[in-house]
Ligand binder design. Structure first.
Ligand code: ATP
Length: 235
């Protein structure tokens, strides 16, 4: 059930941003993706999620090629993306956001009910417009909308950026549980990556659209090591 990305090149119109990315996301494990601003982390997530055209390379999940099948079919193939922003419908209620996401799947009502059970905070706010949620609640909703599809690979683009520590800890806890239950997670992180590195297997360092290092995540927790690796890419 792993996701394999091979030699991926993509970008925006004539602007090529990714220059041949190789990445493996193993099921039941968290893979961290690090890199400076503009390294191409979000572009990588959006390309895997089917939102950007591929110039060259392959994305294969569970033996199925995901190239050029579009975001809905990527999602239906078991790969869920939580983008960095615009990840909920602001003018829909919490419940309607979940229902919209579940609509393409069999047993939509049960899927929504199950996710609401998992996230009581969303249950409490079911009728509230997403635009009125706090940052942490909105991010919880964004993750929940991806989970209604029952993905076996989950792509998270900086899900904890700018959130209060209590939400950071909650999200880290939920994602750890998902991985323990067999989901493969790719987690893009920029600020305070220590909590994620502590529960992650592999760390990929990106710079200028290329993978510059693949390391064991915990090795980056040694004092000074993270700074060294991130500074090296600019040396
Ligand atoms: N819609 C777009 N059109 C053209 N270029 C874009 C677009 N979005 C991003 N880029 C460019 O692609 C490059 C990589 O951006 P990307 O958002 O993938 O980086 P990132 O590593 O996720 O950065 P950050 O940590 O700031 O989110 C940057 O040079 C950026 O300016």
């Amino acid at each position: 059930m792993q996701l394999e990305v091979k030699g991926l090149k993509s970008g925006y119109g004539k602007v090529q941003v990714l220059h041949g990315i190789d990445l493996t996301v193993q099921s039941g494990a968290i893979t961290t993706i690090l890199g400076a601003n503009g390294a191409g982390k979000s572009t990588l997530m959006k390309t895997i999620g089917g939102h950007l055209p591929i110039i060259e390379g392959e994305i294969v999940h569970n033996g199925q090629h995901l190239n050029e099948i579009g975001p809905l079919h990527v999602c239906m193939a078991g790969v869920g993306l939580v983008p960095q922003d615009k990840n909920v419908f602001a003018e829909l209620s919490v419940r309607d956001n979940l229902q919209a996401s579940a609509a393409a799947f069999e047993g939509a009502e049960e899927r929504v009910a199950e996710v609401l059970k998992r996230f009581p905070i969303l249950q409490e706010r079911g009728n509230q417009l997403a635009s009125t949620l706090s940052g942490g609640e909105r991010q919880t909703l964004a993750i929940a909308t991806a989970l209604v599809a029952g993905p076996d690979i989950l792509l998270l683009d900086e899900p904890t950026a700018g959130l209060a520590p209590i939400f950071v800890d909650r999200i880290v806890g939920w994602v750890e549980e998902l991985a323990q239950d067999g989901t493969g997670v790719a987690w893009v992180v920029e600020q305070n990556p220590e909590k994620i590195l502590a529960i992650s297997e592999d760390a990929y360092v990106l710079d200028a659209g290329r993978v510059t290092e693949v390391l064991k995540s915990k090795s980056l927790l040694e004092p000074g090591r993270l700074e060294e690796v991130l500074l090296q890419v600019h040396a």
